[in-house]
Structure formats: C-alpha cells, structure tokens
Write a protein that binds this ligand. Structure first.
Ligand code: LER
Ligand code: MN
Length: 273
C-alpha cells in the first residue's frame, strides 16, 4: 500500500477535511519532505491548475497524483449528478468529464463523492439511484478511454441519503454494466455507518479502488479511536495495493496532521510483522 496526502485549492471548502491548502507546490514539497508517495488534489475546476507547473513539481519531488476530487462541483458550483434538472445534470457531467481529462494527464482517477448529491423533494430514492447509476456508467466508460478507473465513494448519512455503506456500494456497482467503477472506502464515513470496518472491507473484496485514511473523528490516524490493525489486515486480505490517502482535518495544524499520518502509516502498514 502507498501513502498520500490531500491538498485543497478550493476556498469554499475551508473547514473541510484536507491537510494542505491553497498552494499546490508548497503542499507537494511538504508531502515529499515527510516521505509521502503521492498527493490527492481537490481543485476548483479543470483550468485552475497549471499542468506544466504541476508536472515539473511532480518530476522534481518524485510524487504521484493518487486521485483528483470532484467535490468542488458541489461545494463551489452547486452541481449534482442526481438532480432532476437536466441542465444542472448536464453541467455536472461536463464538470466531471473535464476533471477526468485533467486527471488523466497525471494518470490519476477522479472521485465521485459529494457530487452524487441526495434525493429530496421532487425525486424518490429509486429515481435518484437510477440517475446515479446512469452517471457512474457513463463516467466510468469515459474514464476507461484513458485506462483509468472512476472512484465512487459512499458517504455517511449526514452527507448523502443514497449509499452509505460499502456493501450497498458493491450492489450498486454490480448492476452498472461496467467494471471500471471502483469503490472509495473512506474510513471516517465507515466509522459512522459500518458495524465493523474490517468486515465491511472484506464485503467489498474485488471492488475497493482507493482508501481515505482517517481516524474515527476525521483526524490523522492515531488521533481517534479506530483500531487500524484489523483494517489494514482486511485490506491485505483482499489484495489491496492502492493508496491510503489522508483526507482529514488539518488539526492541530497541517504539518502536524501530515506528520502524524505518515508515522501511523509506517507503524500500521510498513512495520508489518
Ligand atoms: C469526499 O472524499 C468526502 O469524504 C466527503 O466527506 C466530502 O468531504
Ligand atoms: Mn472521503
């Protein structure tokens, strides 16, 4: 398994679970100094990042891009993939496609998290899940053109009323008609929704494509009460070799959260017995 740390470039997301903020190059340098393998980037949109400059920073630091988040589509532009409004839906699809194009330059998958939205007045859960399945299928096929998967993330009940648990995510993906959409297992959301984190991971055997590495309180691993030993053991059991990416609150500050994350990573992942 490999380590990654998040960098947000979205002012509207301030207060959210991202370690480094605003300055992509500085975030990459800090990640490199601490020994991370990769960064996960949360951009405001596809044109916000100078791809030539980012390529240079990645070449200089040896970091990879673990994934690119699409949440700004919701947080900044108020777009969702499950709206009944065809205009908003079309702009949401175009937004994600443009981020898939951007992320492909860095060989990185994109994440559908908050962009899934929720069902509410005017739509039923079934209708919204239909929209979601259709969107994941089309975006999964779009990403496949680049040989990259699409990552779909179940969120806790306070962030979506569609899919909250990995097992339900597996059922959704099984019905899609493409195997190019993988699940993102966010250990913070799972701490709220799953009866047992390790069992949930085993339920998703063959479907996990990315992991958000967070403690129970969304702080760095080791700063809450999650027991990571059985979680990492379950990930090994299902043959997971992807990223553990710290999507966590920058507490007590960005550097301390990042340092605690990499120490925890070394303890629970690298120091295997
Ligand atoms: C996105 O990865 C996520 O986990 C959501 O809670 C939005 O921050
Ligand atoms: Mn997450």
């Amino acid at each position: 398994m490999k380590s990654a740390v998040t960098i947000s470039l979205v002012p509207e997301a301030r207060g959210g679970p991202f370690v480094f903020w605003d300055d992509l190059a500085a975030g990459c340098r800090a990640a490199k100094e601490l020994g991370f393998d990769a960064v996960e980037i949360f951009p405001p949109g596809p044109d916000a990042i100078d791809t030539v400059a980012l390529r240079a920073v990645l070449a200089d630091t040896g970091l990879a891009v673990a994934a690119v988040g699409t949440g700004a589509g919701w947080v900044k532009h108020k777009l969702t993939l499950t709206t009944a409004d065809p205009g908003v839906h079309g702009r949401a699809m175009a937004f994600v496609e443009s981020l898939i194009d951007f992320a492909a330059v860095f060989d990185a998958p994109v994440i559908i998290g908050s962009m899934q939205g929720r069902w509410a007045d005017g739509t039923t859960r079934e209708t919204a899940l239909g929209y979601l399945s259709q969107a994941l299928l089309n975006l999964g096929l779009y990403a496949a053109k680049y040989g990259l998967p699409l990552l779909y993330e179940p969120l806790n009940r306070y962030e979506t009323n569609l899919i909250n648990r990995l097992g339900d995510g597996v059922q959704l993906l099984k019905g899609l008609g493409t195997s190019n959409v993988r699940l993102l297992a966010d250990l913070y959301h799972m701490n709220i929704e799953e009866a047992n984190l390790a069992d949930a991971i085993r339920t998703a055997d063959g479907f996990v494509g990315h992991v958000h590495f967070a403690d129970s309180n969304r702080r760095a691993a080791g700063m809450g009460h999650t027991d990571f030993t059985p979680v990492i053991a379950a990930l090994r059991e299902i043959g997971y070799t992807g990223y553990l990416s710290a999507e966590i609150l920058p507490l007590p500050d960005s550097n301390a959260a990042a340092r605690q994350t990499i120490q925890a990573f070394r303890t629970v992942v690298e120091a295997r017995t």
